[in-house]
Design a binder for this molecule. Structure first.
Ligand code: E4P
Length: 218
């Protein structure tokens, strides 16, 4: 399963890229406001930090403008995946952009039926927002399981991206349910690395060895 960082902050991307655990980055207009420098500069920096898979979202809402904006975003780099909202206009733009070979990430997906439509129209990625479904008292992960089953039934190649991740548990659920990608906030990726028993265990190993008086091997 691929892991993406859900952030427009270059410093966060740099740290996670240095760890080698991220395969891409997702941004959205809200995250863009937290980019630190200007959003433009932040995106250029992020594009230089990762090998591939940087989702950049359009700000237009009518299909013709979305198509133009998507084409311009795609020209920034081969690494760009154009993020489109899953509205009727977004579907029209998806069709046009995917026909011309531009990779798309269909965002704000909340149902299996929306995911079925975007797969039929050639989306590269579908982004169901699990955390936001949980927020309104639904079981967000059910949608991931449903989409996985539908895509496997019909051999759709659209990648399922578990979005709106709120915790390490979500990441485990994404992997267990067969999502292709999970996009995580910086703090969730940090929590994936750490386990208190790892720290306690390492301290004991080193204390025991130090107390033994043995020489290190090298
Ligand atoms: C995904 O691409 C979105 O940017 C993101 O996962 C949204 O998460 P949120 O619901 O925590 O804002």
């Amino acid at each position: 399963m691929h892991l993406y960082l859900d952030s427009a902050v270059p410093e966060e991307v740099e740290k996670m890229a240095a760890l080698g655990i991220i395969d891409g980055v997702t941004t959205n207009p809200t995250l863009a406001t937290k980019a630190g420098a200007t959003y433009k500069e932040a995106v250029q920096k992020i594009l230089s930090l990762v090998e591939d898979n940087v989702s950049l979202e359009v700000l237009s809402t009518d299909s013709q403008s979305m198509i133009r904006e998507g084409q311009d975003l795609a020209k920034l780099s081969d690494k760009v995946i154009v993020k489109l909202p899953t509205t009727a206009d977004g579907l029209k733009a998806l069709r046009a952009l995917s026909t011309s070979g531009i990779r798309t990430n269909m965002t704000l997906v909340f149902s299996a039926n929306q995911a079925l439509l975007v797969a039929k129209l050639g989306a590269y990625i579908v982004s169901p927002f699990v955390g936001r479904l949980d927020d309104i008292g639904q079981t967000g992960i059910d949608v991931i399981g449903e989409i996985r089953r539908i895509y496997d039934n019909y051999n759709f190649q659209t990648k399922i991206l578990f979005a709106s991740v709120r915790s390490p548990l979500h990441v485990k659920q994404a992997a267990l349910l067969g999502a292709d990608i999970a996009t995580c906030p910086y703090d969730v990726l940090e929590k994936l690395v750490k386990h208190p028993l790892t720290d306690v265990g390492l301290k004991k190993f080193l204390d025991d060895f130090g107390a033994s008086g043995q020489d290190p091997l090298v």
